[in-house]
Design a protein around this ligand. Structure first.
Ligand code: ADP
Ligand code: TMP
Ligand code: ASP
Length: 242
């Protein structure tokens, strides 16, 4: 598996559940993110491998960052370096996950005691504290201020961007036969500006076929539904036209 960062001896600074981060040579203001085939669910309790996921996710995420850029939304994305590697700006990340939902599914369906697939009257935005040890507990803006997780105005800005992204991605996937059910975003700061970071992939989104409501995302892995690689390939094919 080609990994330019390892070949060039770039310093590995972090290995997470789905990606590895390297400094871009001596340049610590930029990072290489290497997308792995490793898949985890339920806070790492379920582990597996999805063949070619790293390649699919690198390509899908790059295409969606480009789509968003064309609509005026900046991200950490600079360019693709290889099939599994993306060059990005090194940001000061908020330790917060921003989840946006258009339909009930997953933890929201459970929490509210409703079935999955109910269309929400307006999008729901949720904040979670990024902590594997704590299982990413749900928080709100008062936690951000009280625990110094970021500037209130920056988190407000990130929420606004997350909702703008919703309109763009909902429309894009709708035109390509998929419902955008929900997704998770991460943001960071570069030179005082809030920027979208991390990834936008079937690992971090729920997408359903508009007609059959078949799942086309990581829920196929989480719930042992089979056809996992095929689902990622379908999203890859759709986004490769961007
Ligand atoms: P996790 O850390 O949850 O296991 P990953 O394996 O996807 O997830 O690791 C990628 C890590 O890189 C995440 O912790 C994410 O917050 C961080 N990250 C993503 N984009 C950037 C960026 N531009 N600058 C700094 N850190 C980033
Ligand atoms: P949830 O219904 O399990 O809370 O998930 C909501 C969305 O967030 C779904 O699209 C999957 C995504 N997600 C992540 O990307 N990372 C996570 O750790 C979790 C729990 C969810
Ligand atoms: N990313 C989380 C984990 O690795 C949860 C998930 O995506 O289901 O456990």
């Amino acid at each position: 598996m080609k990994n330019i960062s390892e070949e060039k001896g770039f310093k590995k600074i972090y290995e997470g559940k789905a990606k590895i981060l390297y400094f871009y040579g001596n340049d610590e203001s930029r990072l290489v993110t290497y997308f792995k085939d490793d898949a985890t669910a339920f806070n790492g309790q379920k582990k597996g491998t999805i063949m070619k996921k790293g390649e699919f996710n690198n390509a899908i995420s790059s295409s969606l960052f480009k789509l968003l850029k064309s609509k005026g939304i900046d991200s950490h994305f600079i360019e693709n370096l290889s099939e599994r590697e993306m060059l990005v700006h090194h940001l000061k990340m908020f330790p917060v996950e921003f989840v946006v939902r258009n339909f009930t599914a997953g933890s929201l369906a459970k929490k509210m005691g409703v079935e999955e697939g109910v269309k929400l009257l307006s999008p729901v935005v949720e904040l979670y504290f990024k902590s594997d040890e704590l299982g990413d507990p749900m928080i709100n803006e008062t936690y951000v201020k009280a625990f110094d997780l970021g500037e209130t105005k920056d988190v407000e800005e990130a929420k606004k961007i997350a909702l703008n992204i919703n309109e763009i991605l909902k429309d894009f996937f709708d035109k390509n036969g998929l419902l955008l059910v929900d997704y998770k975003l991460e943001f960071g700061i570069l030179n005082g500006k809030v920027l979208l970071a991390d990834e936008i992939t079937p690992d971090t989104m729920r997408l359903w076929d508009k007609i059959t409501l078949e799942k086309v995302d990581k829920d196929r892995f989480r719930r042992d539904l089979g056809g996992v690689e095929e689902a990622y390939k379908r999203v890859y094919d759709i986004t490769s036209n961007i």
